[in-house]
Design a protein around this ligand. Structure first.
Ligand code: MG
Length: 353
């Protein structure tokens, strides 16, 4: 009997860290969900605590609107980094994957896999960050799941978010729709997320003031579609960076894309980090940057609309869709030469998002 922890110490352990009991599906699981997640996410769709959220479909969409549906898992390390954390990243990333399709993001799910021993306070901070980010974006987290795995079976915390949104009728965006003469625009500084997370890992002894650009971009995508209704395509330049995204457009549209290094919005610090580590900023992950392909005639209206928004202040026209070798992306360099910008081969930075 004496091997059993006393009631008090057991309760304290329960409060401070996540234990396997929290994943057992019983009272501890319910307490964890109620106390950490439901309390923070708090909305009418989650409140009944059924196995699924129930949404009135006719209230979501009109005639010929389409449902946008996406999912993503987040395994970033460290869990907290300058400019964000895994929770904010998960909510923003899923909102952005909906928004770049022209959708208005509406509802998210949140599933977490927690490593036994994670500080309860850490989990609480992540849940709070998710709730605040979702609320600010007008999105509700309406269903979810928690699992706890033994020490070593995962690293602290993994988060999966699924999102749904509605694409209004008439919006036709696609990676294969770029046309000769179109302009390529981005909404600001590239590579901040990748460089900031790398520096935050601490093992490179890099001292920078860099912050992740992690942000929900649904207002920017909406502003773009209003200002430039002919927009062909948008995508958030996450893992694989701008280079990978542009290669996908060039391949799918059967065109060449030519960008100009002198036009790329890049912080000196990001260039510096890349130089030291032998990385290419074109491949660094972003979590608050979109590239869009717009008809030349709408490019200045598109840029003006972005520059009007705090998340688009540094927006730039970085290049053009041209004839030439289909599927190829090239860049005019600072020294006047031209180089090929390939797809990312392999993984430049693991666990960046
Ligand atoms: Mg994406």
């Amino acid at each position: 009997m004496n091997q059993m922890p006393t009631r008090r110490s057991f309760a304290q352990v329960l409060l401070r860290t996540v234990t396997l009991a929290h994943g057992g599906g019983g009272k501890a699981t319910k307490d964890l969900i109620d106390d950490v997640f439901a309390r923070e996410f708090d909305n009418e769709f989650l409140e009944p605590m059924e196995d699924q959220a129930r949404l009135v479909m006719s209230a979501l969409a009109g005639q010929n609107d389409r449902l946008a549906f996406t999912t993503d898992s987040y395994v970033v390390t460290p869990l907290f980094f300058p400019g964000g954390d895994i929770g904010k990243l998960a909510v923003c990333g899923t909102i952005n994957d909906l928004a770049v399709g022209g959708a208005k993001p509406l509802f998210l799910s949140c599933a977490v896999i927690i490593e036994e021993g994670l500080e309860m306070e850490t989990l609480r901070l992540v849940a709070r960050s998710m709730a605040a980010t979702a609320r600010a974006a007008g999105v509700a987290i309406v269903t979810g799941d928690t699992k706890v795995v033994p020490r070593g079976a995962c690293d602290k915390l993994f988060v999966t978010t699924t999102g749904i949104g509605v694409i209004p009728a008439g919006r036709e965006l696609g990676v294969g729709r770029a046309e000769i003469g179109d302009r390529v625009i981005v909404n600001g500084m590239l590579g901040d997320h990748g460089a900031a997370v790398l520096a935050a890992r601490g093992d490179l002894a890099l001292e920078t003031a860099l912050e992740s650009d992690c942000a929900a971009l649904h207002e920017l995508t909406e502003a773009l579609l209003q200002a430039a209704p002919g927009t062909r395509f948008m995508r958030d330049a996450t893992r694989g960076g701008l280079a990978t995204l542009l290669n996908e457009v060039a391949a799918a549209s059967g065109v060449m894309i030519e960008i100009d290094d002198r036009r790329l919005p890049l912080r000196e610090e990001v260039r510096g980090v890349c130089e030291i580590l032998g990385l290419d900023p074109l491949y660094l992950a972003n979590e608050g940057k979109i590239a869009a392909v717009v008809p030349a005639g709408e490019a200045s209206a598109a840029l003006a609309a972005w520059k009007d928004h705090p998340l688009g202040r540094d927006a730039a026209d970085i290049g053009v869709v041209t004839t030439g070798e289909a599927g190829r992306v090239t860049m005019r360099t600072l020294f006047g030469g031209t180089r090929i910008v390939d797809m990312l081969v392999g993984e430049q930075l693991p666990r960046i998002c």
